[in-house]
Write a protein that binds this ligand. Structure first.
Ligand code: SRM
Ligand code: SF4
Length: 580
């Protein structure tokens, strides 16, 4: 058998001495950037090197180098953390970053525009408040996500505990992290990083081995009755099945992943497929078996073909199941039928089940800063959190939940938030509530077009259009991405708007609100200003022909994307290139 040619990243990992590489020396040199090798390794430590995309072209014309900067991503399992940790991060984003905290679509925070000299002190400061960045990015198990609702019942505590257990058991164990960022000091009471152990093979990474995973690996835990995390977009989706409050076990679905390239048909978004059912006590063992399957069978030669989805799609569910049985050590039961899928809205006020309340606060694009379209999100949250010191949870739709609130505190908390201009759930339409935009320009090196920075005008324009067609109160999930990688999960939900070239987007429709069906491309290379032009005939059709209570995505799917497209094109008042 010929040996597979490995990608460059594999060689870098192999030679890195468990992710140590030359990072320490490069952090100390006078350059404002790091080498290609350290760029790859830094991801495992939670950081991406990038540059300011806004100024790059003008600077190049002037013969100047790019403005190099780093992004830093924490790993916060289940998105849970304390008020003191939040307040410390709020201070640190001024000291080391651009004065904003950015909630991500995987329940954690990112910080942007960090200069190289600040990276080490920033990561050290984060660890001192018992948070971590290890495995925030890179070819390892990423932040494990679960339902954010801080409800005091068995269902939610099962999900939370399972999330914490997996986060700890599947974390990388390398001590390079402590050596590089904390000069060897170790935060012994940090709950999610196990100590390095030497096993019989001498590897300090008994699960991952010295080359870690072929690619990023994502895990979500949820239940079909509340798919608020889009579990099926994960490599490993664990669906807890309850009988009342009693956990019966988990269906495991494998191979979710969304990234694709516009011009490469071999890449595609894919939703995780049910493979087996496991008993509650087998959670860790079965999850490790899945990690091992992908570790050994993921494509290490082509990073665009390296996710578990390609193994599942190409080798088939039969092969996947029997190979998984082998790693698990016995035959797993077939997946059980799932109840109907639904999504529960955790924004607004809700009782927790222990006499207290939680409040889900919507944060557009997850950007916690001040003076964003007239709203001071950062000041508002700082004032509320420093006054009431409540535990906090981040959601995968980039929002924040304030928990453990006494009934008597509700009015003053609302008053503080509103004083700073924050719009609460009841102030938002369903469109605004369910609108997600990825970071994109100016920090994301992959962005082909804007996303976060055009969320506000696009949301306003779409709302106006929906109001005009008398569907302004409908629940339509819109997700805009700056490129086809799929970070705001634009291929699920009702409408996906995906950066194609500068100021041009592909439009996808026909997914379902519950996140169980992918949408399909209807128009390509639509100029930003024509997004509403392209959607208007579809909204008209929807209003006219939908069935009672039918969501927009379900309607497009039932009607047929090709027929909807044909009808839409015929009703346009002028010809457009994108509607050819
Ligand atoms: Fe993502 C790469 C931001 C969730 C699929 N993602 C990136 C990078 C690091 C760009 C890069 O590679 O140079 C982006 C950093 C931008 C910046 O300036 O901050 C980036 N991804 C994000 C975040 C911050 C989007 C957001 O607006 O919230 C999310 C951070 C999640 C986290 O906390 O870990 C984020 N990314 C996702 C998701 C959604 C999810 O996980 O539920 C996906 C789709 C699911 C999936 O993994 O397939 C996603 N990101 C990607 C991909 C495509 C991967 C693939 O298999 O092809 C890339 C590109 C890559 O890995 O090469 C990518
Ligand atoms: Fe960047 Fe593309 Fe992800 Fe948006 S979808 S954050 S543009 S990689």
């Amino acid at each position: 058998m010929t040996e597979q040619k490995l990608s460059g990243a594999e060689t870098i990992k192999k030679n890195s001495k468990n992710l140590r590489g030359n990072i320490s020396a490069e952090l100390a040199d006078s350059n404002e950037f790091v080498s290609d090798e350290s760029y790859e390794l830094l991801k495992f430590h939670g950081s991406y090197q990038g540059y300011d995309r806004d100024s790059a072209t003008a600077r190049k014309k002037q013969g100047l180098d790019k403005v190099w900067e780093f992004m830093l991503r924490l790993k916060i399992p289940g998105g849970r953390f304390t008020a003191d940790q939040y307040l410390a991060l709020d201070t640190l984003c001024d000291t080391h970053a651009n004065g904003t905290l950015r909630i991500t679509t995987r329940q954690t925070f990112q910080f942007h525009c960090i200069v190289k000299a600040h990276l080490k002190p920033f990561i050290a400061d984060i660890n001192r408040i018992l948070l971590s960045t290890l495995g925030g990015c890179g070819d390892v198990v990423r932040n494990v996500i679960t339902c954010p609702a801080p409800i005091h019942d068995n269902i939610h505590s099962v999900l939370e505990n399972a999330c914490f257990t997996l986060a700890k058991e599947l974390a990388p164990k390398t001590d390079a992290y402590w050596d590089i960022w904390l000069d060897g000091e170790k935060m012994d009471n940090y709950p999610f990083i196990p100590s390095p152990v030497e096993n019989s093979t001498g590897s300090i990474e008994p699960l991952y081995g010295d080359t870690y995973m072929p690619r990023k690996f994502k895990i979500a835990l949820g239940q079909p009755e509340d798919n608020c995390m889009d579990v099926l977009c994960n490599d490993l989706a664990l669906l807890a099945l309850f009988d009342g409050q009693e956990l019966k076990g988990y269906n495991i679905a494998l191979g979710g992943g969304l990234g694709m390239n516009h011009n490469n048909a071999k890449t595609y978004p894919y939703l995780a497929k049910p493979v087996a059912f496991i008993k509650p006590q087998d959670l860790v063992k079965a999850s490790e078996a899945v990690v091992k399957l992908q570790r050994d069978h993921g494509d290490r030669g082509d990073r665009k073909h390296a996710r578990l989805k390609y193994v599942v799609a190409e080798k088939g569910l039969g092969w996947t199941k029997s190979t998984l049985d082998g790693y698990f050590g016995s035959e797993l039961e077939a997946a059980k039928p799932t109840p109907n899928w639904a999504i529960v809205d955790h924004m607004g006020w809700h009782e927790q089940g222990n006499g207290k309340w939680f409040l889900g606060v919507p944060i557009p694009s997850g950007r916690i800063g001040d003076n964003i379209h007239g709203v001071n999100y950062r000041s508002a949250l700082r004032e509320v959190i420093s006054t009431y010191k409540m535990p906090l949870v981040l959601t995968v739709d980039q929002n924040i939940i304030l928990s453990e609130i006494e009934a008597g505190e509700k009015i003053s908390i609302e008053r503080i938030l509103r004083k700073h201009g924050v719009r609460l759930r009841e102030d938002l339409t369903d469109l605004a509530r369910n609108f997600i935009a990825c970071v994109a320009l100016p920090t994301c090196g992959k962005a082909l077009a804007e996303a976060e920075r055009v969320q506000h005008p696009l949301e306003e324009a779409l709302q106006k259009l929906m109001d005009k067609h008398d569907i302004g109160k409908d629940k339509i999930a819109v997700r805009i991405a700056g490129c086809p990688n799929g970070c705001p999960r634009p291929y699920v939900g009702d409408i996906g708007i995906i950066g194609r070239t500068p100021e041009h987007y592909s439009i996808y429709v026909g997914g379902d609100f519950e996140g169980t069906r992918l949408n399909e491309k209807i128009f390509d290379k639509v100029p930003f200003d024509h997004i509403t032009t392209a959607l208007e005939p579809l909204f008209e059709l929807y209003k006219k022909d939908r069935m009672r209570d039918e969501n927009f995505g379900d309607f497009c799917h039932r009607y047929g994307i090709e027929l909807a497209k044909k009808n839409a094109i015929e009703s346009l008042s002028a010809p457009h290139k994108w509607a050819a």
